[in-house]
Design a binder for this molecule. Structure first.
Ligand SMILES: Nc1ncnc2c1ncn2[C@@H]1O[C@H](COP(=O)(O)OP(=O)(O)OP(=O)(O)O)[C@@H](O)[C@H]1O
Ligand SMILES: [Mg+2]
Length: 343
């Protein structure tokens, strides 16, 4: 049975009026007085009870409904009036209910996002692994189909298969490193070393590629002393990935500038290239795993989109954040700080 507030108010009003008249009958038997008393006390009680229910109880219940309907629309803007002792129990219940449900809803949304991310990640990994395996398989099948007879062709195909499998090996290594770092399984081993020395070593490594593309790499050291405390092999990887990108995504004959400057806590580093640049809408994504601005552009260079994700993880493990500024078709600058005492 649905309890209507109006009927409930009338019921209480009639009970109160009857009791009042019953008491009054002990004093007087005058029917007019008894009737007027009954009418006044019934009306007054009805008004009081009805408005109490309507305006206090139902208003609170309506608030609960409106909070729930906001939650349904994923609007989490209501702020619970926490621990306010003046709140009625219904208001407190409303707050509790809202806080609990919004917490759960946000958890569900987060889990849904993670599920999408996991699915995309699996699809990316399988795609990236499938391609080199397929290519290497192609070379080997061609060899088995008769190309083995020709020594020159077979050597060429074997070399190509080997390069493809090397790429696959690098990809798997990158993936393992990334997941281990994300899972906190790799801890940084800090040591004090000379950053300029490390950049000199990298210059030697990239010299051939730079020459091939007629590019130049400049190191501007404006620091008083070039020493930092960090995990040297990992920082080498950071610079390797950044310089590798700067070469890959630059036009031939371009320049790359690495600038080191003192900052209050250590060294401020900038790696700038005068290359293709990154479109503004892609900038926020380039540190995501497997993200490539333009699939075809990167495919010709053979990148898998893991380089910057690794850079970000390594720098975060050193307590540093990486920033990027880019002008499409002109230049890209990656910058970060490496504190003197990082870990
Ligand atoms: N210096 C740069 N100039 C222009 N675009 C860049 C630059 N660095 C990165 N990008 C863009 O960001 C994307 C992600 O870079 P990232 O280094 O993570 O992957 P990748 O170079 O494609 O592959 P990998 O580094 O794994 O071999 C690149 O595909 C490229 O589109
Ligand atoms: Mg890269």
């Amino acid at each position: 049975m649905v309890i209507n507030p109006r009927w409930l108010a009338w019921l209480i009003a009639i009970c109160v009026a009857t009791i009042t008249v019953a008491f009054l009958s002990l004093i007087t038997r005058e029917s007019t007085v008894m009737f007027v008393t009954f009418a006044i006390s019934a009306s007054a009680t009805f008004i009081l009870v009805y408005f109490t229910i309507e305006f206090i109880v139902l208003r609170e219940v309506n608030e609960v409904y409106s909070a729930l309907s906001k939650l349904k629309k994923k609007d989490f803007t209501i702020k619970p009036k926490n621990n306010n002792p003046t709140l009625s129990p219904i208001q407190q219940l409303n707050d509790e209910l809202y806080a609990y449900t919004s917490g759960k809803q946000q958890e569900i949304d987060q889990l849904k996002k993670l599920e999408i991310y996991r699915r995309e990640f699996l699809a990316d990994v399988s795609h990236e692994l499938k391609t080199p395996i397929f290519v290497a398989q192609g070379y080997i099948e061609t060899l088995l189909d008769g190309a083995l007879e020709d020594t020159e062709v077979s050597e060429k195909f074997l070399r190509k298969a080997s390069v493809t499998l090397d790429g696959l090996n690098n990809l798997v290594q990158d993936l393992v490193t990334l997941s281990q770092m994300e899972a906190g399984m790799i801890t940084m081993s800090p040591s004090i070393f000379n950053l300029c020395g490390l950049l000199g070593e990298l210059l030697d490594i990239f010299e051939k590629r730079l020459q091939e593309r007629n590019m130049k790499l400049f190191i501007h050291n404006n620091t008083s002393k070039c020493e930092i405390e960090a995990d040297k092999p990992r920082i080498r990887q950071v610079f390797f990935n950044l310089i590798d990108n700067a070469i890959k995504y630059s036009y031939a004959s371009g320049e790359i500038h690495i600038k080191l400057e003192n900052n209050p806590k250590g060294v401020h580093i900038e790696v700038r290239d005068h290359g293709q640049g990154i479109p503004p809408e892609d900038i926020e994504h380039i540190f995501e795993r497997f993200y490539r601005v333009e699939k075809s552009r990167t495919k010709t260079e053979g990148g898998s989109g893991l380089g910057l994700a690794i850079v970000k993880q390594i720098l975060e493990a050193h307590g540093a954040n990486i920033a990027v500024k880019s002008k499409l078709g002109e230049k890209t600058t990656f910058s970060f700080d490496l504190p003197a005492q990082t870990l």
